[in-house]
Write a protein that binds this ligand. Structure first.
Ligand code: NAD
Length: 423
């Protein structure tokens, strides 16, 4: 299955990458041909071309998607991305990853993803709201409290989630806070959601470094991407006495082997709009960041960043995947040969969806928890998932990626099996 959007040769097709990962474990799981076909394709997908009224009175047509991969374990769950490079294949890949991710974390959801081909920074607030409300209406035949619950991803935030929640609520005639997660607290959001993915990364880094026998203050960290995920991870790791020596965003970034202060970087980035030129160390490119000799490397930007061409330049001891799909299968093999310990996306960045689940549960109960309780429960769920995955990797003598896929896919297959095939 391909769509017509072209992609440069160096960036692998994300859907082909996701299917290759799935195929790499389906033999081991002994899946029959029918199950392989079922799980390597999305269950449902919408492509919507829709008009939006712009501030200058003109009309622009945008393209958006919502893809549901599998719902055997519960309602579909997955973020919404606003980015100029969004493709249908991205959505298919990311929806599949969400199915495995929710299963690895053992929360009762399936997987979905949505997105719009747009640069949100190029729109005014009113245009962004118009686009969001129209996109939400277009996909409202799929999304809903019990069927498919979106959340923020790249280029979207709590304000956009509030518009989606309001749009669906207007259609229903009453408030449906649980239709999206990652909302502002004032309309049913949860404490701790904004930081959840970065906080989950912190807990995973703590588990992974302990497991690999790296200890003590000042373990060095390089982070690619300085948005919702990367900047929060940088702040929390800094506070937990890790030494964040390099960060980049799309513009490039900054390196200082004595350590960087993420709060100062954020203060620089807010007015400047980019990290490049931050006066706290030497400038560096994204490729240079990936090749730094650090203890921990956290890709937390777009997918397809660690590929065959640059994998052998990586000198980090541990990679913790904050981004979705940052490593191609070819690169994975090179990293494994080089003894680099990779904590895969479907485990490492699950903090966001775990706390999204807590938000949804609180919305269903109309009863809200303190932030400490949210963080404590997140810690419990994500460290249990890490230990389950490590245990299986040791038992089956495989990488953490293979083990996480085995664990997640096995849980999904089990749910399909006990439900049976309708009719
Ligand atoms: P964001 O839009 O807030 O930030 C993305 C960051 O990546 C920005 O700093 C941007 O400048 C940088 N970036 C973009 N393209 C880049 C490139 N080519 N090279 C280097 N840097 C680049 O997005 P986010 O929410 O932080 O998401 C980042 C990644 O984490 C995505 O892969 C997303 O799917 C994944 N993720 C996000 C969440 C979440 O809760 N937000 C949860 C799980 C996974």
């Amino acid at each position: 299955m391909r769509n017509s959007n072209s992609r440069s040769e160096v960036t692998p097709n994300p859907y082909e990458m996701a299917v290759a990962q799935f195929n790499s474990v389906s033999d081991r799981l002994g899946l029959d041909e029918g199950m392989r076909r079922l799980l390597s394709m999305p269950k449902r997908e919408i492509t919507a071309n829709f008009p939006v009224r712009m501030d200058d009175g003109s009309t622009q047509v945008f393209t958006g998607y919502r893809v549901q991969h599998n719902l055997a374990r519960g309602p579909a769950k997955g973020g919404i991305r606003y980015h100029p490079t969004v493709t249908l294949d991205d959505m298919r890949a990311l929806a599949m990853l969400m199915t495995w991710k929710t299963a690895v974390a053992d929360i009762p959801y399936g997987g979905a993803k949505g997105g719009v081909i747009v640069d949100p920074k190029a729109l005014t607030d009113r245009e962004l709201e118009n686009l969001t409300r129209r996109y939400a209406t277009e996909i409202s035949i799929l999304i809903g409290l019990e069927g498919d619950i979106p959340a923020p991803d790249m280029g979207t935030d709590d304000r956009i989630m509030a518009w989606i929640m309001d749009t669906v609520s207007m259609h229903r005639g009453y408030s449906v806070p649980g239709v999206v997660t990652g909302k502002p607290i004032s309309v049913g959001g949860t404490a701790g959601r904004m930081e959840a993915t970065g906080r989950g990364l912190l807990y995973i880094v703590q588990e992974a470094t302990a497991y690999r026998g790296l200890s003590g203050d000042g373990l060095t960290v390089a982070i690619q991407g300085f948005g919702n995920v990367g900047a929060v991870a940088a702040r929390l790791l800094h506070r937990a006495s890790y030494k964040v020596v390099a960060v980049t965003d799309v513009s490039g970034g900054v390196y200082n082997n004595r350590g960087l202060n993420p709060d100062a970087l954020l203060q620089h980035k807010r007015p400047a709009g980019q990290l490049l030129g931050a006066p706290f160390g030497d400038s560096l490119t994204n490729e240079e960041l990936l090749a730094l000799p650090v203890d921990i490397l956290i890709p937390a930007a777009v997918g397809g960043q660690i590929i065959a061409r640059n994998a052998s330049t990586i000198r980090a001891k541990i990679i913790v995947e904050g981004a979705n799909g940052p490593t191609s299968p070819e690169a994975d093999a090179i990293l494994e040969d080089n003894g680099i310990f990779v904590v895969p996306d479907i485990l490492a960045n699950a903090g966001g969806v775990i706390v999204s689940y807590f938000e949804w549960v609180q919305d269903l109960q109309s009863f809200f928890w303190e932030e400490d309780e949210v963080n404590e429960r997140l810690h419990r769920v994500i460290t249990r998932a890490f230990r389950d995955v490590v245990h299986m990797a040791e038992r089956d003598r495989c990488s953490l990626r293979q083990s996480a896929l085995l664990l997640g896919i096995r849980r999904v297959v089990e749910a399909i099996g006990v439900r049976g095939i309708y009719p």
